[in-house]
Write a protein that binds this ligand. Sequence first.
Ligand code: ADP
Length: 394
Amino acid sequence: MLILILNAGSSSIKYKVFSYHNDTITSVFFGLIEGIGETNGSWLHESTVKEKIVYWSSTHQQAFTDLGTKLSVELQGQPIDAVAHRVVHGGTYFSKATVINMDVLAKIIELSSLAPLHNPVNVLGITCVLELFRQATHVAIFDTGFHSTLPPHTRYYPIDKKIAKDYHIQRYGFHGINHEYIAKQAAHFLGKALEECNFISLHLGNGASCCLIANGLSVDTSMGFTPLAGLMMGTRCGDVDPAIPIYLAKQGLSPETIEQLLNKNSGLKGICGNNDMREVLALQDCGDSEAALGITMYVSIIQKFIGGYLTQLDTIDAIVFTGGVGENSSYIREQVMEKLVKFGFKLNKTVNDQRNSLSCYSIAEKDNSILVVRSNEELLMAEKTISLCAALVA
Ligand code: ADP
């Protein structure tokens, strides 16, 4: 069985093909098309060899057609049996992997009002690829799904409940596919049943969120009604005083300008002009005070979330780092953990500083209370798709 995993973003398409044979899932090839609709684009494709070419496409439609051609060359006539589409918002309709039919697609389109920056692109991806692979089973896997277990006291905001109900305002949470994957990997590493594990999962990428996982389930998370909330991110502000956008609107800034400001020109970029953590760290090393301030804010906000979440658990198995920053920056991990020694989390600095290609490993001094897990959303999506397809034929 061949499974194609797709993640369509506003200007990019990530893809990965897995083969499933004799109960084993193997990655066959993967790639990333970037710069769709922009002035510069590229296409990275990695199978037996790695190739990166200059590629430009003005529309997603064109990029998907070109991807279809590339896949048929790579697959040499073998059919794709199932396609898993990452969909950002499942609202209250979808918590589990779901086979896409016209009704499901209509609901994903309807949810675009809640996720205007994400769901329309996901819909575009689904409609293009439904055409390309008509025989395959198409499955939607939702980034909000893992957070469907949030209890009422973290799900609801302290605002007027009728307004909240009428406008579907609640904490949905995002990055759920990765937080779920991280929890499963960490539980496996600890040799415990997932249902017995409590974690604080820190997904620190360009977007960033943390998740409080109790007995294997998401019970709180930093992103909320939208992925703008919570931690300070590359270009997103995270939690700010909710009166700020109201004030800016009253000063005459349009909703679009405010949206752009908070989503694209805030976070690290807003403070030090750069959203790439590697570059921000290099600037700090050169004595740049704005970069140093950005990093101090970034770390301090993470620590406040960890501190808050620790109060909500009786016991914790591990704090888990993942995402581009969480997996690769020993400096940020060390800074975050520095204030947590008094809560019993002691980092092993030597292990933390060593490069490590394992998918999950401990960086704690004596126990496994601080872990690094390499994100692999595609693998979890493949597993969910295989289970769903097996259930369909059973
Ligand atoms: P996305 O949210 O777009 O998937 P990633 O998870 O790939 O993002 O994370 C991107 C971030 O990870 C960037 O800010 C990048 O600078 C940072 N990053 C990657 N490698 C390192 C590193 N070695 N040290 C510090 N930051 C890193």
